[in-house]
Each structure stands twice: as structure tokens, then as C-alpha cells.
Design a protein around this ligand. Structure first.
Ligand code: NAD
Ligand code: MG
Length: 393
């Protein structure tokens, strides 16, 4: 029986985790749940799974929860995420919060030697170098939940990383794959949020349309698997059935396939090294008549002309290293917020983020948590300064 703390319990991944807990009551016991501000959904989940301890980051939501008829303990504020993540008796922390706020609980759980089922990719993008160093010291384990990384992890199992020639992550290409770039500069949040294959939270869905999500995933793979940037590749695969390819030095290529359903990589992050029998949708092999793969080539995927900048920016941040990835993530997080609030245009997203990255002077030396947090706060301020002249009222 795995004792699980679930952070981000009300989101897309959080709900998938609740589904798994419902399907595997003999394997998964939820001991605590956290969310930002949806007290009603969180309490409903706490009642359904008999959880006694919840955390709401928003103090107003925490107040409402305490005033409700639910009788468990209610923690509040950002620090509460850390408290739940390091609680004794918790075996696995499922980190499914969105944004840089997920970093501290990841650090806390890893430091205590726990397993982190990590959906919060921002943790690795912000401080991958730091996390791998902590895990090495503490014996904590980072299990990828991102589908592509779960795929890579499964292909790599038991193999020598030195035998890997290339790792290729697949990208759906998002909603604008075949569109004329001129027609997407003013795309609305509604258009951007209509993802063709995955149903996900808002930030990551916007990041799929700019392809910066795939850039973040390259950064993630760099740290999760200790692979140099030149061995990491991206291919457009609109069907989202193959999640990753691993090519070995002898020329053999392994791939991981499954339906685009986040419950499967999440289940494996919990069950590993075991495999648990599940009722998740199976892959109808004989229906897979057309799986296609193409380079992120603007000639064939015109919409990616704009989007490819996200991928290129992440590559640049990866090469610069240090605090550059943290700056990239923080700038994008703010830019997406402004876009969803209809303050900036879709076409302004990547240029604004690019300006922030260009103005950053990366810190030298080993990465520290303080340096990361400082870079994050600098990037946020800088993004807002840059956006001010183009902001709509
Ligand atoms: P979501 O927006 O659906 O849910 C986010 C969750 O985080 C909610 O429970 C919300 O309450 C919580 N949250 C938001 N802001 C918070 C804050 N300031 N403090 C505490 N909690 C906060 O997002 P999602 O799609 O479930 O994504 C969660 C994470 O998983 C992200 O890092 C995302 O990149 C990653 N991820 C998601 C998918 C997917 O299919 N949804 C796939 C791969 C990776
Ligand atoms: Mg992914």
C-alpha cells in the first residue's frame, strides 16, 4: 500500500490521480490533498477518499473550508505544500500543481528521500541540476509523469545510458500545426485552448501551441536522464500515440506507445518497478493505420514557424545553463497568464519571453535554490516591464 500526498488534486492530473486511487484502493492510500483555491472540490475529494488533512494555498479558500461542515485539518499558504510533501509516513508525493510554486515541495520531498511522481515539470525546468544532486544524496527518486518522459524511462529501464545514441520526444504540434502563421498572431485563448489530442490544464495547453512545452520537455529530459542536449530530439507526431523513441548505439530503436491518457504514466510512476493491472483504455493496434512523424519543419507545418521559437528558446536556455531555464519558465508563466487574461496577443507571447531571456545574465557556479528563486522574481518583473507598452486595458 502506497501512502500518497497529492498536490494539485483539483487539476487535470490531480483528477487523473483521484481516478487511479478509486481504481486501486488496495494499492493507493491518499493521506493528504492540496490545491490552490477550489475548497469545494478539494473537500469533496477528501470526503470521498477519507482524507483527514488538506491544504489550500489561498487563505480565503482555507477559511471557507474551516467554516464548512467537513471536520478534517485545513492547512493554508504556500508553505503548507511543503508540510504535506515532507510528512512522515508519506511514501510518494504526486506533485501535480502547475507553475514554479511546485519547486519547493519537490525539493522537500526529495530531501526526505521520498519518491516524487512528478507532473510539475516546472520543478525540473527551474532546478533540474539541483534536484538530481539532492536525489543522489538522499536516495529520493524522481519518477516522470510527463508522458514523453515516462516513455523514455520505460525504454531505458535496465540499460546503460552510455549505449543511447539519441532520444526523440514526440510533439502533437498543437492546434495550429497547418495554419498560416499570419492567421494565428491574434488567436484567442479559446482557439489556443482547443488541443487536438490531449485534455490538459490551461498553462500547458497554451505552451503546446507555442511549442515551448516541448522545449521544456527537452530540458526535463536533460536532467531526468542525464543526457547531453545534442542527443535530444523532437519530432512532430500529430496522433500522440508514440510518446518517445530511444535509439541505441547499435541502431536499434525502442518506442513507447499508448493512448493519450495521462493516467497511464501516472500509474507507472506509482507502481514502478511493478506493473499493476488496470482498466485504462487499450491501444487498438489494428486501428492504427496512419501514424506519422515529421520534423518540426516550417515548410510542412507552417503554424510552427511561430511556435518553433519556443523550442529554440529552450535550447538556448539549456546551452546557457544555470539560471537561464528558470528565467525562461518564469517569463513564460507570466506571459501565459497575461495572454489568458487577454492582456497580450498570442503572437506577442514568444517575443516577450525571448526579450526576458536575452536580458538575463546567468549566474555562474553551482545552482542554488536561492539563485533560482531570485532569477524567477527578476524574470517576472522584467516580463511585465516588457509587456507594458503592448498591454490592452
Ligand atoms: P491544472 O491547471 O489542470 O491544475 C493545476 C492544479 O494545481 C490545480 O489543482 C490547482 O489548484 C493547483 N494550483 C494552481 N496554482 C497553484 C498554486 N499557486 N498553489 C498551489 N496549487 C496550485 O494543471 P494540469 O494540467 O493538471 O498540470 C499540472 C502539472 O502537470 C503542470 O506542471 C503541467 O505542466 C504538468 N503536466 C500536465 C499534463 C496534462 O495532461 N494535464 C501532462 C504533462 C505534464
Ligand atoms: Mg508531455
Amino acid at each position: 500500500m502506497k501512502q500518497v500526498a497529492l498536490l494539485g488534486a483539483t487539476g487535470s492530473i490531480g483528477t487523473a490521480a483521484l481516478d487511479l486511487a478509486r481504481a486501486h484502493p488496495d494499492r493507493i492510500r491518499l493521506v493528504s490533498l492540496a490545491a490552490r483555491s477550489n475548497d469545494q472540490a478539494l473537500i469533496r475529494a477528501a470526503e470521498a477518499f477519507r482524507v483527514k488533512r488538506i491544504a489550500l494555498v489561498d487563505p480565503e479558500a482555507a477559511r471557507r473550508a474551516r467554516a464548512s461542515s467537513w471536520k478534517g485539518e485545513v492547512l493554508e499558504g504556500e508553505e503548507a505544500l511543503v508540510t504535506l510533501a515532507e510528512e512522515e509516513g508519506v511514501d510518494v508525493v504526486v506533485n501535480a500543481v502547475v507553475g514554479g510554486i511546485g519547486l519547493k515541495p519537490t525539493v522537500a520531498a526529495l530531501t526526505r528521500g521520498k519518491r516524487v511522481a512528478l507532473a510539475n515539470k516546472e520543478s525540473v525546468v527551474l532546478a533540474g541540476e539541483l534536484l538530481t544532486a539532492i536525489a543522489k544524496r538522499s536516495g529520493g527518486v524522481l519518477m516522470p509523469v510527463d508522458s514523453e518522459h515516462s516513455g523514455v524511462f520505460q525504454c531505458l529501464e535496465g540499460r546503460d545510458i552510455g549505449d543511447v545514441r539519441r532520444v526523440t520526444l514526440t510533439a502533437s504540434g498543437g492546434p495550429f500545426l497547418r495554419r498560416d502563421p499570419k492567421t494565428i498572431l491574434d488567436a484567442t485563448p479559446e482557439e489556443v485552448l482547443r488541443h487536438p489530442t490531449w485534455s490538459m490544464g490551461e498553462r500547458i495547453t497554451v505552451d503546446c501551441a507555442t511549442l515551448i512545452n516541448k522545449g521544456f520537455e527537452v530540458l526535463e529530459a536533460r536532467w531526468l536522464f542525464g543526457l547531453p542536449p545534442e542527443k535530444l530530439d523532437v519530432v512532430i507526431h500529430p496522433q500522440s500515440i508514440v510518446h518517445a523513441f530511444v535509439e541505441f548505439v547499435d541502431g536499434s530503436v525502442l518506442a513507447q506507445l499508448s493512448m493519450p491518457d495521462m493516467r497511464l504514466p501516472l500509474l507507472y510512476a506509482l507502481s514502478y518497478p511493478e506493473r499493476w493491472e488496470s482498466d485504462l483504455p487499450r491501444l487498438p493496434l489494428t486501428d492504427l493505420t496512419a501514424l506519422s512523424f515529421e520534423p518540426p519543419d516550417p515548410a510542412r507545418c507552417p503554424g510552427l514557424l511561430l511556435a518553433r521559437r519556443g523550442l529554440l528558446l529552450a535550447r538556448r536556455a539549456l546551452e546557457t545553463g544555470g539560471t537561464a531555464p528558470a528565467v525562461l519558465n518564469a517569463a513564460d508563466e507570466e506571459a501565459v497568464r497575461l495572454f489568458l487574461g487577454r492582456k497580450i496577443r498570442f503572437g506577442d507571447l514568444m517575443p516577450l519571453v525571448e526579450d526576458v531571456l536575452a536580458g538575463h545574465r546567468p549566474q555562474a557556479g553551482a545552482l542554488t535554490l536561492d539563485a533560482v528563486l531570485e532569477a524567477v522574481s527578476w524574470a517576472r518583473g522584467r516580463l511585465h516591464e516588457g509587456a507594458a507598452p503592448t498591454m490592452r486595458p
